[in-house]
Design a protein around this ligand. Structure first.
Ligand code: NAD
Length: 245
């Protein structure tokens, strides 16, 4: 129970890695705000968290919109009085080779993955600065190092790392840590969309020989959000079974 009664916001927590993080942190005693653009899946994730005996609140949020991000943080403070932990997990991919990538594909991915992370961090930072306490964990990706067909995604995730390191420096004196996690290849609906052949190639590149689970990422978030990591900030931590060397 390392996070007993902490107030945690997880974006994109309706399914996949975000839901895995939300459930894992609830197991550590946290109350969870489940933010997702899809209210239906957010509500069913909330039901699951409540079964663990924790409080949970669904908030329909499109992180790419500043007004939604502001409303998310305001709703959290209205319901729980504070915000201890923000996990920026919401993300999308719209893959295409650079020479075929439509401007819309570029814009959508940057808007959700990078601007969305900025929006939620900006809104939460105001509250966390006043509290003089906070933990921010941003979900980047192994893809930040470059991946064929993912110019938009890779650039957005590299941007998240720059944002993480700058915010970490700005907020350090206010007792707020900011770290990023780079998941490797994790079994979610996002990756289940890849053809079987690509899946096999991806798994063959993982030294541990298996895909990761949302819970594997949740375990690292639980550590970074806890007091065990109170002197850890501005770090980028790979969780990929050795995939990122
Ligand atoms: N799955 C992987 O292998 C992998 C690897 C590295 C990084 N990641 C990152 O992890 C995060 C979660 O990925 P996933 O695999 O669980 O994906 P997913 O598609 O299964 O889930 C993404 C969630 O985000 C929500 N979402 C999408 N757009 C949103 C928006 N504008 N505002 C709020 N919520 C929104 C979706 O409704 C969904 O619930 C993403 O940032 C992704 O880039 C995933």
């Amino acid at each position: 129970m390392r996070l007993e009664n902490k107030v945690v916001v997880v974006t994109g927590a309706g399914r996949g890695i975000g839901k895995g993080i939300a459930v894992r942190l609830a197991e550590e005693g946290a109350n969870i705000v489940v933010a997702d653009v899809n209210l239906e899946i957010a509500t069913s994730a909330v039901d699951e968290i409540k079964e663990l005996g924790r409080k949970a609140l669904p908030v329909k949020t499109d992180v790419s919109k500043w007004d939604d991000a502001q409303n998310l943080i305001a709703s959290t403070v209205r319901e729980f009085g504070r915000i201890d932990v923000l996990v920026n997990n919401a993300g999308i991919n719209r893959d295409a080779m650079l020479h075929k990538m439509a401007s819309e594909q570029w814009d959508q991915v940057i808007a959700v993955n990078l601007t969305g992370t900025f929006n939620c961090m900006k809104a939460a930072a105001t509250v966390m600065r006043e509290q003089e306490y906070g933990r921010i964990v941003n979900i980047s990706s192994a893809g930040w190092l470059g991946n064929i067909g993912q110019a938009n995604y890779s650039a957005s995730k590299a941007g998240v790392i720059g944002l993480t390191k700058t915010a970490a420096r700005e907020l350090a004196k206010k007792n707020i840590t900011v770290n990023a996690i780079c998941p490797g290849f994790i079994d979610t609906e996002m990756t289940r969309g890849v053809p079987d052949k690509v899946w096999e190639i991806m798994v063959s590149k993982i030294p541990m020989g298996k895909v990761g689970t949302p819970r594997d990422i949740g375990n690292m978030v639980a550590f970074l959000a806890s007091d065990d990591a109170s002197y850890v900030t501005a770090e980028v931590i790979n969780v990929g079974g050795g995939m990122i060397l």
